[in-house]
Write a protein that binds this ligand. Structure first.
Ligand SMILES: [Zn+2]
Length: 244
């Protein structure tokens, strides 16, 4: 085979691999694989839905998201990173003061499946201490970075007093470029008792520095459309109380 055609074939294969990886990220939600023994939605008697925001607080995006939630009169749940709470304590305090629920999303956003039990406990306790010191809140809910946890880790975390919370609807706000697209994706799939995943910090591959403008814009539009359909917005605690 000529060198030129070999290069063309290699490049085509590479392009296909990149496209397949992108499609996987956009259309597939890996959390589906690890839902066993976690709470990812509830069977609610009423049309309840919980908005959740991960990876914050962010000094840029969290205040904007809080403004939007206030405007619509919605209480949400923020799964915070200990490291970000330490770096931006005033923002974390504001989230708590405005009546939103705060969950633990680890200290440093490492994927936990390779951790030894003691390392896992240290990571979670570290984040818990920081969140408690800054906001006065002891979190009851834990969300693992990227959703990944082993079954054994779920047991350990349960013994630490936490409920593991994933999500049933992934807004994919970190790879979607338009708020209308995010809203229509959710509106097509929404069911009572859903937990929706958003991010108030982070880019595609980092926990900071991303652009959450589409997330901010989505809130009002989504809340209004869902209210038209009779949905009520609740925190994770309220959602669990409303379970059948
Ligand atoms: Zn995260």
């Amino acid at each position: 085979m000529q060198r030129k055609s070999k290069i063309i074939i290699s490049l085509s294969v590479l392009l296909l691999v990149v496209l397949a990886a992108a499609a996987f990220c956009i259309f597939f939600d890996e959390a589906v694989i690890v839902r066993k023994n976690t709470i990812y939605r509830v069977r609610a008697a009423d049309k309840l839905v919980a908005l959740t925001f991960d990876d914050g607080p962010s000094p840029v995006w969290t205040p904007k998201i809080l403004d939007e939630l206030n405007k619509e009169g919605v209480k949400a749940t923020f799964f915070m990173l200990g490291a970000h709470v330490e770096k931006y304590p005033a923002v974390a305090e504001r989230v708590a003061k405005e009546g939103h629920e705060i969950g633990n999303h680890t200290y440093d956003h490492h994927v936990l499946i390779y951790y030894k039990p003691e390392e896992l406990k240290d990571e979670i306790n570290h984040a818990e201490r920081v969140i408690k010191n800054v906001t006065g809140v002891t979190p009851k809910y834990f969300r693992p970075p990227k959703a990944w946890l082993t079954q054994k880790e779920k047991v350990i975390i349960g013994r630490m007093g936490y409920k593991v919370i994933l999500w049933s609807l992934n807004s994919k706000d970190w790879v979607t470029f338009h708020d209308k697209q995010i809203t229509s994706y959710i509106l097509r799939r929404i069911r009572p008792g859903d937990i929706i995943l958003f991010h108030d910090s982070g880019g595609a591959f980092t926990t900071e520095g991303g652009d959450r403008a589409q997330t901010v814009k989505t809130i009002s539009r989504l809340v209004r459309k869902l209210r038209e359909r009779g949905y009520k917005f609740v925190t994770i605690s309220e959602l669990l109380e409303g379970a059948k």
